[in-house]
Design a protein around this ligand. Structure first.
Ligand code: CP
Length: 343
């Protein structure tokens, strides 16, 4: 009897997940249609496509003010809900640090197993409950579309801290901030995206954001982890130049302003044998950077596994730890923006 009940329970949760998944496919399939969507009235940040070029530039400007002075008591009395249904180090801790440095308090969980989701509570009910307590919810979830869904039902703004392989807009904002800071511009850059371009949500968000700035992309991945067709279509529609190759060597690197390395996303593979085949596809070493441009900077959303050798860390062109630090200032700007607090 107990076993039957447990199966029924799992069946209901599975059914609910399918609804969110289909919802996500409906909404994430048409990225440009989500610009200025209904959720913007609540100032949620679900997709990088929610932000215009002017809005992006204005947020970057605000982030630079927070870099000058990260500690300000402008969120006193506010409570931020931090709901991480998937693991995180940088995103969760930098959002929580951002909230605390601005005087807010933080509630939430970093492991869904410690929440009532483990007892079968639906995402809808979790969001409704936390919105009783918090002024803003930062959420990471494994399902594409989960953040969009949450933003539609939540009375308080939602910031998407990553939904499956779909979007990671706050990461993109800190990537843009890092690119602008190191290159002096976002315009006309050669950006090499390397590694897992199939499941890496950060490269998908970055590609969308850069449509405003006339980039040339170079997609470097094994066949199995190619940039999905929808993003290549997006590039063609938006007149974004791109090349594709499976080779990652000194010659390919020589034209790069930015090398954006990515981890092969083990957690997104349904067949771990497939993961084993590609997990060590590329490793950037210091020797490979010998002929690179002076202005080159190496970014990585982190965590890193084997795709950047440790001997790169001391090269002045390695920027990934500073990039993660920039996340604090950018997230301070984002939190204030969705709460409608001017600085
Ligand atoms: N870049 C990033 O999203 O890192 P975490 O998974 O540690 O949050």
């Amino acid at each position: 009897m107990n076993e039957n009940l447990a199966q029924l329970y799992i069946g209901i949760i599975f059914f609910y997940d399918i609804i969110i998944y289909l919802y996500g496919k409906l909404y994430t399939g048409n990225h440009t249609a989500t610009i200025n969507s209904q959720s913007m009235e609540k100032r949620s940040l679900v997709s990088i496509n929610d932000l215009s070029r002017d809005k992006i530039l204005s947020l970057l400007e605000k982030a630079s003010k927070f870099e000058e002075n990260p500690n300000r008591d402008i969120l006193a009395g506010k409570v931020i809900g931090s709901l991480f249904f998937e693991p995180s180090t940088r995103t969760r801790l930098s959002f929580e640090t951002a909230a605390m440095r601005l005087g807010a308090r933080v509630i939430g969980f970093s492991d869904a197993a410690t929440s009532s989701a483990s007892k079968g509570e639906t995402l809808k009910d979790t969001i409704m409950m936390v919105s009783n307590y918090a002024d803003l919810i930062v959420m990471r979830h494994r399902l594409e579309g989960a953040a969009r869904y949450a933003s539609e039902i939540s009375p308080v703004p939602i910031i998407n801290a990553g939904d499956g392989a779909n979007q990671h807009p706050s990461q993109t904002m800190l990537d843009l901030y890092s690119i602008q800071k190191t290159q002096g511009t976002l315009e006309n850059l050669h950006i090499h995206l390397v590694g897992d371009l199939k499941y890496g949500r950060t490269v998908h968000s970055l590609l969308h954001a850069m449509r405003h700035f006339n980039p040339t992309f170079h997609f470097i991945s094994p066949e199995e982890l190619h940039m999905p067709e929808e993003y290549r279509i997006f590039c063609r529609k938006n007149n974004i130049s791109f090349t594709e190759t499976t080779e990652f060597n000194e010659e390919v690197i020589s034209s790069a302003d930015i090398i954006y390395m990515t981890r092969v996303q083990r957690e997104r593979f349904s067949d771990l044998m497939e993961y084993e085949k590609v997990k060590d596809c590329y490793s950037l070493t210091n020797a490979m950077l010998a002929g690179s441009k002076e202005n080159l900077r190496i970014l990585h959303p982190l965590p890193r596994v084997t795709e950047i050798a440790y001997d790169v860390d001391d090269n002045p062109k390695a920027y990934y730890f500073r990039q993660a630090q920039n996340g604090l200032y950018v997230r301070e700007a984002l939190i204030c923006d969705v709460l409608g607090i001017e600085i």
